[in-house]
Design a protein around this ligand. Structure first.
Ligand SMILES: [Zn+2]
Length: 511
């Protein structure tokens, strides 16, 4: 990465935020001095460079959920060095942390993710599929920039608190393993969000925006393990009982089940274990399911999927030895008053000015993907309202949903990806490295910091969020889907990460 990127990014961002003093130029928008301080701090080239480099480093580590040892440490150390008190290894997860600054009420929480996805390795700013390490993980959802944006915003708020003497507490919730939707129900269960008055979530995107209402799907993530009896597959197959048969029968049964489920459902699986050679009857097999539906429909659907597993075991004459819930989460219930406040700050910050190189890269990538060659977006999004009476609100899920039910929460999406880049795909990995990612995460950090300053300094704004939340909670009291005996899947990605960590670190060192 060349040194001059930060300066170029700073110029592009400052120009969009602060109209120049030239004659006839529009006057600066009226911004409270505390907010102005935080925004100016984030506009400094050294700030942009520092957090840009952190984001790029996490992108290079490309660590899978609950294996994010380097990423988590880099972020926690950065916050600690800035004066935050950091607690690490929380809620039974070594890579979960909470960083706090200030004291007393109000308490404003920022969520931050940092995990990668399997199989997506890709070189940054290259518009054709070209992995850094073939088969290795990659940041195909921009999570490398997300906790980075939250950390930058939190430190900007801290600096503004020090300079202007306003009170309250700012917390960064370092949330591992969002991609396997694992951490938040465990973090909630551990009480980490107790006493938090409002939460600002963020997610990378191509657009700069926010929204409210119910979105996404609730989910059970569960591994079903079957145990049978091994035998010589040709010599004495009648002696054996194949655990893999049970997996296959279960999958056939769930695929028939789809016909009789409302359209809001999503159901998918991968086979984790299915034997090692055709001539040995597999005595152990397992399949990992995502069962998704609305909050109201999830538990009934899940029970029917468990019944398919039982049917598989019965038919194959094997034992359903383990039903391990990895995680279970709700839909997102985003707070309208929060989104309205965040929207004002998104509009205040505005879309970064993209360079010719960034536009050219976006168009080349769009061409490669067969998408519209529109380049990078020019305007921020309008506030996204839920469509009333809509049956389908989204296929995917986020464990942020869990947090939305225990504190007023909304998500700021920040730009950086080329429109048309595909989520959980090499094209997204290509976008989340380098200058456009630096600009996008900096714009996101500004909107987060500005919103946090508002919530800390304007009690009437926070009161609007709280009032809406308290009324909503009466109709939607929080009851976890996560079984009480579930434990975080700390080793789920260990083998994969052990395979690729050294190769990724070697590539990072050669950069
Ligand atoms: Zn994501």
């Amino acid at each position: 990465m060349k040194k001059n990127i930060a300066a170029a990014v700073a110029v592009a961002l400052v120009l969009t935020l602060v109209p120049g003093p030239a004659a006839g130029a529009p006057a600066k928008p009226k911004i409270a001095k505390e907010k102005r301080f935080a925004l100016d701090w984030l506009s400094r080239p050294e700030t942009i460079e520092k957090f840009g480099r952190i984001s790029d480093r996490i992108w290079g580590y490309a660590e899978l959920g609950l294996q994010e040892f380097n990423s988590s440490k880099l972020l926690a150390d950065t916050l600690e060095a800035a004066g935050f008190t950091v607690e690490r290894g929380l809620a039974g997860m070594p890579t979960c942390f909470v960083a706090s600054y200030g004291s007393g009420k109000p308490v404003i929480g920022l969520l931050g993710e940092f995990d990668a996805l399997p199989m997506l390795s890709q070189k940054g700013r290259v518009s054709k599929k070209d992995p850094v390490v073939e088969g290795a993980p990659g940041h195909g959802c921009g999570h490398n920039a997300m906790c980075t944006a939250a950390a930058a915003a939190a430190i900007a708020v801290k600096e503004a608190m020090d300079a202007h003497g306003f009170k309250g507490t700012i917390k960064v919730f370092g949330s591992p393993a969002e991609e396997i939707v694992a951490s938040r129900p465990y973090m909630v269960r551990a009480g980490l969000f107790e006493g938090v008055d409002a939460v600002i979530d963020n997610h990378s995107s191509s657009g700069f925006g926010t929204g409210y209402g119910v979105g996404g799907n609730a989910l059970f993530s569960t591994i079903f393990t079957f145990k049978g009896k091994t035998a010589h597959s040709a010599g004495a197959p009648w002696v054996g009982r194949s655990a893999l048969d049970a997996v296959e029968i279960m999958n056939v049964a769930t695929n028939y089940l789809r016909e009789h489920l409302p359209l809001s459902q999503r159901l998918h699986y991968v086979v984790l274990e299915g034997g090692e050679a055709p001539n040995v009857v597999p005595d152990r097999a397992s399949v990992w399911y995502y069962v998704r539906n609305t909050d109201e429909r999830l538990e009934e659907m899940y029970e029917r999927v468990v019944n398919c597993a039982k049917a598989g075991a019965l038919a194959a004459g094997v034992e359903l030895a383990d039903v391990r819930v990895i995680s279970a989460i709700h839909q997102s219930h985003s707070n309208k008053a929060a989104a309205e406040l965040f929207q004002k700050n998104i509009e205040l910050v505005g879309m970064p000015a993209w360079s010719d190189e960034e536009q050219a890269f976006a168009k080349a990538l769009q061409k490669e993907l067969g998408a519209k060659e529109t380049g990078m977006p020019a305007e921020v999004n309008a506030l996204e309202a839920p469509r009333s009476g809509r049956e389908f609100v989204g296929g995917g899920s986020s464990d942020v949903g869990e947090v939305t039910l225990i504190a007023p929460t909304a998500t700021i999406t920040f730009p950086g990806a080329a429109p048309g880049a595909i989520g959980h795909h090499w094209s997204n990995v290509a976008c989340w490295y380098g200058s456009a990612a630096w600009k996008g995460l900096n714009a996101g950090a500004k909107a987060i910091a500005a919103s946090a300053v508002d919530l800390l300094t304007r009690p009437e704004e926070l009161a609007k969020l709280r009032k809406e939340f308290e009324e909503y909670s009466k109709a939607h009291p929080y009851k976890p889907f996560l079984p009480a005996d579930a434990v975080p899947p700390n080793d789920l990605n260990k083998e994969l990460m052990d395979k690729y960590r050294g190769l990724l670190e070697k590539a990072l060192a050669e950069k």
